[in-house]
Write a protein that binds this ligand. Structure first.
Ligand SMILES: CC(C)(COP(=O)(O)OP(=O)(O)OC[C@H]1O[C@@H](n2cnc3c(N)ncnc32)[C@H](O)[C@@H]1OP(=O)(O)O)[C@@H](O)C(=O)NCCC(=O)NCCS
Length: 164
């Protein structure tokens, strides 16, 4: 469920090529090395990629507030991208999208989910822990822009971490 503070109509739709202009603005404001338009177009063409956007109706216009991209790989879900537009953060949108990813995976009987996250990205790490992910490994200097390590996190279908 989305936060009750969310005053406007909220919907989740499949990402379309026409959404990319707005998505690229969010992407560039969210990551040190943002994905390019070509990278998003590749995801849209990939059969096992699920690309979803959250739209919020404001003054009669649907604004893109967040997006998520994940892949089904054998019996696993791999999170590839997740971002929320700055003004819509801390209202539960990312948590809702992560919950939706888990529910969609469960519909095809996939329970194992994995992702990589920058070691310094405390907000995202907190989010993933809240979604039941735990750190299972580290990829050294995975992010070539800052030489930062990636934490490899996994969730196996459990709910929120007990001592989280
Ligand atoms: C990380 C991000 C997706 C979180 O989106 P969001 O919609 O603001 O997150 P939510 O409101 O659903 O937060 C859920 C939980 O995540 C954690 N969290 C989210 N943002 C946080 C922050 N800035 N600091 C600390 N914890 C945070 C909290 O535990 C939060 O629960 P709480 O609000 O009850 O404390 C968003 O900040 C973002 O787009 N960041 C830039 C892109 C990015 O880092 N993406 C992830 C790449 S791995």
């Amino acid at each position: 469920m989305l936060s009750e503070n969310m005053q406007h109509q909220v919907s989740v739709d499949l990402m379309k090529k026409e959404d990319l202009q707005e998505i690229l603005v969010i992407e560039q404001a969210s990551f040190p090395t943002p994905w390019t338009e070509g990278m998003f177009l590749d995801e849209l063409k990939t059969e096992n990629a699920q690309c979803l956007v959250v739209k919020i109706e404001m003054n009669g216009k649907a604004v893109i507030a967040a997006y998520i991209i994940f892949w089904f790989v054998a019996d696993e879900v791999h999170l590839h991208n997740l971002a929320v537009k700055f003004e819509f953060r801390r209202q539960g949108l990312a948590y809702s999208l992560m919950t939706l990813m888990k529910e969609i995976a469960e519909q095809v009987e996939i329970k194992r989910q994995t992702l990589e996250v920058r070691e310094s990205n405390r907000g995202a790490i907190n989010l993933y822990r809240k979604c039941g992910f735990v750190v299972k490994g580290k990829r050294s200097q995975y992010y070539t822009d800052t030489c930062e390590d990636a934490l490899v996190m996994w969730a196996e279908g459990q709910q929120e971490e007990q001592n989280g």
